[in-house]
Design a protein around this ligand. Structure first.
Ligand code: AHR
Length: 498
């Protein structure tokens, strides 16, 4: 059997994981809102029209933050369309996705939904077709207590207490030519700076995310970050990253290695942030908001009726291979948690999402739901530098890919230690030795596994074909316990202090 080893120490801490790294995203896109989180008349809907079956699944994951309302959508959005009496809200052509937006769900509905789903908002402003003035008005509407035009407007809409939204995105993917109001780096740097200034003047307690590149393959990647940060550095707090992986060529080893690309991408953006920091002799550190990440390709090319309302678009049905890649992406985000403070699995419901629904029918967990749930539930605490001794292999696009990837999180208060591990090997078991000498008294409690499925296996409304199994471990202290990792497996190995 192949062998790997990890050594864990309380002293080798990467960072205290920011809970917001387990965030997600809801865009006015397809059936994410309408038919996803919001479906008045559905048997499981509450008096607000929120689907409680969907909320139950979201609460299981414990999602700390949800980005809203886009995405490409936000770059043409007039937030005023989505507040006030529903009967007077306009129906609009939505140009990002060629649909019709009814605006029956907007800012106040979203904020109420956040409370029900036990999450918080990460609000994006439109810097595509609009600018600083509308952005600062939205901050006033949401966060100012009262006594001014927009705060009183909110109160007149039945929301007395300010929403107090702390985290805001300065537009979305502004480097992309597909974006409404696409800008050059110089144009965006200026627009973002002016919006940021005004937004923080309205509420100095907010934090702001500057748009980085739409992905690491963009022609302007690197230059975009450097140029926009050079202009906006003093006014912003985070820079965004977005990345989706696919397996269009069917090459599984290469697909499983793509998390190495994610790691390179993160480290490159960190370098650019610190380059600008040095250049400016600044004391301020810019951290990363990885506010769109996932696997996305199954639904590409799906047809829908132009200008229809809430069509079935981007409804990827995820398989077991995708769950492994999502697990590897989560491990990579945690490994970089010293700089990645916010991350959003894109998206949350129906649209490239861990949760699917039928209109009027069931809600269920896709394969990728499980690694996300496990990371969110067991990944809070100190991320530890995981000294990993494992074999390496090459794939079509990557060399020296670790056979096993792993990361440990230590929950100091709860006295729990969790190792997340993926065995990338297609056929062979790995015996993982965990050096626990620095964790005397921590006993192996449980191994949760997602393993043994056909790579193409999927979940449906009626069958959870791909779901984890849990087995109890010895419960006896051993400084070097050996844990078996099955081929192609996602593992959550839990140690508790006895
Ligand atoms: O998440 C789907 C889309 O992907 C978002 O609207 C956009 O920001 C990205 O290109």
């Amino acid at each position: 059997m192949k062998q790997s080893k990890i050594t864990l120490s309380k002293d080798y801490r990467i960072a205290k994981v920011d809970d917001r790294i387990f965030g997600s995203f809801i865009e006015h896109l397809g059936r994410a809102v309408y038919g996803g989180i919001y479906e008045p008349g559905h048997p499981a809907a509450d008096e607000n029209g929120f689907r409680r079956d969907v909320i139950d699944l979201i609460r299981q994951i414990d999602v700390p933050i949800v980005r809203y309302p886009g995405g490409n959508f936000v770059s043409g959005y007039r937030w005023e369309d989505g507040v006030g009496p529903v009967e007077s809200r306009p129906r609009r052509l939505e140009l990002a996705w060629s649909t019709t937006e009814p605006n029956t769900f907007g800012t106040n509905e979203f904020m109420r939904w956040c409370k029900e789903a036990n999450t918080s908002a990460m609000m994006a402003v439109n810097l595509g077709t609009r600018g600083a003035d509308d952005a600062r008005n939205l901050v006033e509407y949401c966060n100012h207590p009262g006594g001014t035009y927009y705060s009183d407007l909110r109160i007149s809409h039945g929301v007395k207490e300010p929403h107090g939204i702390k985290l805001w995105c300065l537009g979305n993917e502004m480097d992309g030519e597909w974006q409404m109001g696409h800008k050059t780096a110089a144009e965006y740097g200026r627009a973002a700076t002016e919006a940021a200034k005004l937004m923080k003047w309205v509420d100095p307690s907010i934090e702001l995310v500057l748009c980085g590149s739409s992905n690491s393959g963009m022609r302007t990647f690197g230059d975009w970050e450097a140029a926009t940060l050079d202009i906006a550095y003093d006014n912003i707090d985070y820079v965004s990253l977005h990345q989706y992986f696919d397996c269009r060529d069917g090459d599984i080893p290469n697909f499983l290695a793509k998390s190495c690309d994610l790691d390179n991408y993160i480290k490159t953006v960190v370098c650019v942030c610190d380059y600008i920091k040095g250049k400016k002799r600044s004391k301020k550190k810019i951290n990363l908001s990885f506010d769109e990440w996932n696997v996305w390709y199954h639904s590409n090319g799906a047809q829908f009726e132009k200008w229809s309302e809430a069509p079935h678009i981007l409804e990827d049905v995820y398989d077991f291979a995708d769950a492994l890649v999502v697990g590897l992406m989560l491990i990579t985000l945690l490994k970089n948690s010293d700089r990645v403070k916010v991350a959003c699995l894109a998206q949350l419901v129906n649209v490239i999402a861990p949760i699917m629904t039928e209109n009027g029918g069931k809600a269920w967990a896709q394969t990728i739901f499980y690694p996300y749930l496990h990371a969110s539930r067991f990944g809070r605490g100190w991320a530890l530098t995981t000294l990993l001794d494992t074999g390496k292999h090459d794939t079509k696009s990557f060399s020296d890919v670790p056979d096993v990837d792993a990361l440990a999180v230590w929950n100091e208060e709860g006295e729990e230690l969790t190792v997340f591990a993926v065995n990338r090997d297609l056929a062979e078991d790995e015996l993982l030795t965990v050096n626990l000498k620095d964790f005397a008294g921590y006993v192996p409690a449980e191994q949760i596994e997602l393993a043994g499925f056909d790579l193409k296996a999927i979940n449906t409304a009626d069958s959870q074909n791909v779901k984890p199994t849990a087995k109890a471990l010895s419960g006896v202290y051993d400084p070097m316990p050996e844990i078996r990792l099955r081929p192609l497996s996602w593992n959550v190995i839990r140690f508790i202090k006895k």
